[in-house]
Design a protein around this ligand. Structure first.
Ligand code: AMP
Length: 284
């Protein structure tokens, strides 16, 4: 496995692969890898000849009061795990390489970035789409894979790729969970053992909501009221949002017809966790 930090070198490697007729897949990450990331890598490893994982804690997608400086990092371990799963190249640029002074262009996806995390993290998705567009131009992938855990991010990337006619297949990957169903996240290391127990309420609430739909409930407000009860907000569990929306446009849903995305963002202690589930109406 090669480790590349230079943009030009990465582009040259991509050109060589393309000249050899090889298909390239990109797995964008911020590192501190866990089984969720590895599962994305494994999926594209089985589908393409050349796999690039990017490891870049992107400063522009963090707000001024967010955890950019303290975001967990372990580059050596990330390299070992990526190598084990068969990644060909780790692309790990410095921030100065990605954002040289004078840089003044960004990508903004307008509507799907407005609700949910867009409300509480202004500028976040602009940072995400800009860095992903740059990674696409650097790695020149045929495919790129993103986790459904960050559902709004996946929706936003799909919109960007369609709107800007990027010739890249976007693959969505199901949420990978711990044995107790907590969605895997690099930020889970921030949780104390007490907080971790409280974090399990997110998935419990998602399951409870599907149970209500299975029992015939269709009204969003009644489902969301129950979701809030299960989350038990209090001093160290604060709900940022709990919303039911259309999976394609992320617009609010008042009544569930065939399916709806239940999206949660909850602060447990100082850690902001997200999780989601598509609630489906079983046809009888
Ligand atoms: P991150 O390093 O958090 O930016 O995540 C890199 C990629 O891994 C994104 O596409 C995430 O959606 C995906 N990812 C993170 N956690 C999970 C998970 N638990 N299950 C599936 N995909 C995940």
């Amino acid at each position: 496995m090669r480790i590349i930090s230079s943009i030009v070198e990465m582009q040259q490697q991509a050109d060589r692969w393309r000249a050899e007729g090889k298909k390239i897949a990109l797995v964008p990450t911020m590192g501190y890898l866990h089984e969720g990331h590895i599962s994305l890598m494994r999926t594209v490893r089985a589908r393409t000849e050349a796999v690039v994982a990017s490891i870049f804690v992107n400063p522009t997608q963090f707000g001024p009061s967010e955890d950019f400086a303290s975001y967990p990092r372990d580059f050596e371990r990330d390299c070992r795990l990526s190598d084990e799963v068969g990644v060909d190249v780790i692309f790990a640029p410095e921030a100065g390489e990605m954002y040289p002074s004078g840089s003044q262009t960004h990508v903004d996806v307008m509507e799907v970035t407005k609700p949910l995390c867009g409300k509480s993290r202004p500028g976040h998705f602009r940072g995400v789409t800009t860095v992903v567009a740059k990674l696409f131009n650097i790695v020149k992938p045929h495919q790129a894979i993103f986790g459904e855990k960050d559902f709004q991010q996946l929706t936003t990337i799909r919109r960007m790729v369609a709107d800007l006619n990027m010739d890249i297949e976007i693959i969505g990957h199901a949420i990978v969970r711990e044995a107790d169903d907590l969605a895997m996240s690099s930020r889970n290391v921030y949780l104390s053992s007490e907080e971790r127990k409280k974090a399990l309420r997110l998935n419990l609430a998602l399951k409870e909501a599907q149970g209500l739909v299975d029992g015939g409930e269709r009204q969003s407000d009644r489902i969301l009221a129950r979701v809030r009860e299960v989350l038990q907000p209090g001093e160290d569990v604060r709900i940022d949002y709990a919303q039911l929306c259309r999976p394609d446009t992320l617009e609010d849903v008042v009544r569930i017809e065939d399916c709806a995305l239940l999206a949660l963002a909850v602060r447990v202690g100082a850690t902001r966790l997200i999780d989601n589930r598509i609630l489906t109406v079983q046809s009888s």
